[in-house]
Design a protein around this ligand. Structure first.
Ligand code: M6R
Length: 610
């Protein structure tokens, strides 16, 4: 998500901070900003620009901005579009406190209201801006004390770096569920959201843990918890190259993003579950609450992986909200004659929010006066702006061309939407509570599923020479079969087909022989027995079978050649888990076959042409 850099030391030239910030630009950006303490005037000077860091550099050229301590930030928007007002650093009312933030402040609306009642004025639409104002509220001359008090009131996730002109000899940094690292060496003290920013200066770093507050000075640092108990911290010596650091030590962005899924799903859920009420709180669609209650039919429109998320959404929305859905490729929908009425909503799912076909389908719906909803990852993107209401994924920037963490966050948001719409209709409190509870467990279940990575890698070694694969599933697992096949095609260039298992006998079974493996999605759900029959039919034709099954299922092991287990969860949420071994399988197959998995041939991350 966002990138943070902080520096305190003798070097007052902004070039040092800008160079470090550029090391974080790979994470995505929509705007950048800088704030520096100018000793001569005793003020904090700042500048912001929309777009790349070079836009900020251009703005700063010829200016006298500089000093120490200094904070820099690249923003990847979560609340509010990419504008200068929304860019960080954000400040308090008096221009004393400046802060940069990565994460999401869940209770910002409540905090903002209370602060506004006390006379604070706000200049942006961001969740972040409440933080400098909250710190201002507690500030009595000691910055770390005010930061500690403010952060004890905050719910959500944060990595923050803060400076104050009235307490200028330090940077105060803190984290909760968002990474933050510091380093103090001969050149001064550094803070960053990512070690990649610091490597040019030192490879000896200290990783902050949750609810720790660091005071970083030019020649030393101390770390304490939110109650001001001092903590001993270990210095870690990194042996990473810059590129390795940007990938968090993983070999590829795709693997990093697969492994980030517990966190990206937690971000998609953050602040949105009402466990007691068995409901979802979706701020982005709240203003249309009454209109949404009248929706009787839904079109779900998207492309590629986002389309398969939409197909899972169809099952969720029909089963739990009772809303009939039609899912279509946006590229087909745009040339059809869509029948829309005042009770039809069209839901657009897109990671980038810029996919040309999805955008064209959106335009078609809007031109006809239809209600358009969005599930989008990129804040302020064309689709996010063009829809009437929507829910952001908050998955962070996805760099690998193959969509992985964006997909599972789309599924998570679709489940939240089904819960939201379901509880407006016939869905009972008890079932709502059960869905909300299980959704809250997802990050933990995903982390458990990821433990199978070494086993998947071994399996890929066994199958890497195969040139064709069939993926089959039923009901919720049918779109996952299609997504698994798409991942394999994209990354390993192996021919793969995703089918509904019921279709197999109507054609694809002709392909099966001992050289044509099938990946069969067989979780213990309402269609498990049917899947077992399909697997039996494949085995009767000597086809190798890799089964994805629920932990504890021993039966399937007697039938399939290989089994990858996933934890038990609700049938509607199983796709979030079952797709993970398929993502890993595609990744390892691609790597073993020597392909560039982050930038597969012929593909672009965002398809902005028809
Ligand atoms: O940005 P979008 O979600 O709208 O992109 C849609 C597809 O282009 C995208 O999912 C594509 O299929 C990916 N390469 C899949 O890994």
């Amino acid at each position: 998500m966002c990138g943070i850099v902080g520096y305190i030391g003798n070097n007052k030239d902004i070039a040092l901070g800008l160079e470090a910030l550029k090391r974080l630009e790979y994470r995505g950006y929509d705007s950048a900003g800088i704030a520096a303490y100018d000793e001569a005037t005793g003020t904090i000077v700042f500048a912001k620009a929309v777009g790349k860091i070079e836009n900020l550099e251009r703005k700063l050229a010829g200016s006298s901005i500089g000093g120490s301590p200094i904070l820099l930030h690249t923003r990847w928007a979560t609340h509010g579009e990419a504008t200068e007002e929304n860019a960080h650093p954000h400040a308090d009312c008096k221009g004393n406190i400046f802060l940069v933030h990565n994460g999401i402040i869940e209770n910002y609306a409540q905090l903002k209201q209370k602060l506004a009642e006390r006379g604070h004025t706000f200049a942006s639409e961001t969740d972040t801006e409440v933080l400098p104002h909250l710190i201002e509220h507690f500030f009595r001359g000691n910055l770390e004390e005010a930061v500690r008090k403010a952060l004890s009131l905050v719910k959500g996730s944060y990595a923050v770096a803060v400076i104050a002109k009235e307490d200028p000899g330090k940077i105060v940094a803190a984290r909760l569920s968002s990474p933050l690292v510091l380093s103090v060496n001969g050149s001064g003290g550094f803070v960053a959201s990512d070690p990649a920013a610091l490597l040019a200066h030192s490879n000896k770093v200290v990783f902050l843990d949750d609810e720790e507050v660091a005071v970083v000075r030019q020649d030393g640092f101390s770390v304490s918890d939110l109650k001001n108990n001092l903590k001993e911290k270990e210095v870690t010596e990194l042996e990473w190259s810059l590129e390795e650091a940007q990938k968090g030590g993983y070999e590829h962005f795709m693997l990093k993003e697969i492994m980030e899924q517990p966190e990206s799903i937690a971000n998609a859920l953050r602040g949105r579950l009402l466990l007691e009420e068995g409901k979802a709180r979706l701020g982005g669609v709240e203003h249309l609450r009454e209109k949404l209650r009248q929706v009787k039919r839904m079109n779900i429109l998207a492309m590629g992986t986002a389309l398969y998320a939409g197909r899972v959404g169809e099952y969720m929305l029909e089963e739990y909200a009772g809303i009939p859905c039609e899912v279509d490729s946006a590229s087909e929908f745009r040339y059809r004659k869509p029948v829309l009425d005042e009770h039809t909503a069209s839901l657009f799912v897109s990671q980038s929010g810029e996919t040309a076909d999805t955008l064209a389908a959106l335009k078609e719906v809007k031109d006809k006066g239809g209600l358009a909803l969005g599930i989008v990852n990129a804040v302020g993107s064309s689709i996010a702006r063009g829809t009437d209401a929507g829910v952001y994924n908050h998955a962070g920037s996805e760099i690998g061309v193959a969509s992985t963490k964006a997909f599972t966050s789309q599924l998570t948001v679709l489940a939240l939407l089904a819960l939201f719409l379901g509880r407006q209709r016939d869905l009972s409190l008890v079932i709502g509570q059960c869905i909300a509870k299980e959704l809250s467990r997802l990050p933990e279940l995903v982390a458990k599923t990821l433990e199978s990575a070494p086993q998947v890698e071994e399996m890929a070694k066994k199958y890497k020479g195969k040139e064709n694969f069939l993926y089959i599933g039923r009901k919720y697992s049918y779109p996952i079969a299609m997504e698994g096949a798409l991942k394999l095609k994209e990354i390993s260039y192996i021919h793969a087909e995703g089918y509904g298992a019921g279709e197999m006998k109507h054609g694809p079974i002709a392909l099966i022989d001992e050289n044509f493996p099938t990946v069969a999605l067989c979780p213990s759900d309402s269609v498990y027995e049917k899947m077992v029959s399909s697997v039996q039919e494949i085995k009767a034709r000597r086809g190798p079978v890799i089964a994805i099954a629920t932990e504890g299922n021993k039966e399937i092991g007697q039938l399939a050649d290989d089994v990858l287990y996933i934890p038990k969860t609700l049938e509607m949420l199983t796709p979030v888990l079952s797709v993970i071994p398929l993502q890993l399988f595609a990744y390892y197959m691609g790597v073993l076959r020597g392909h560039n998995v982050d930038m597969p041939r012929n593909l672009a991350k965002s398809v902005t042409v028809e």
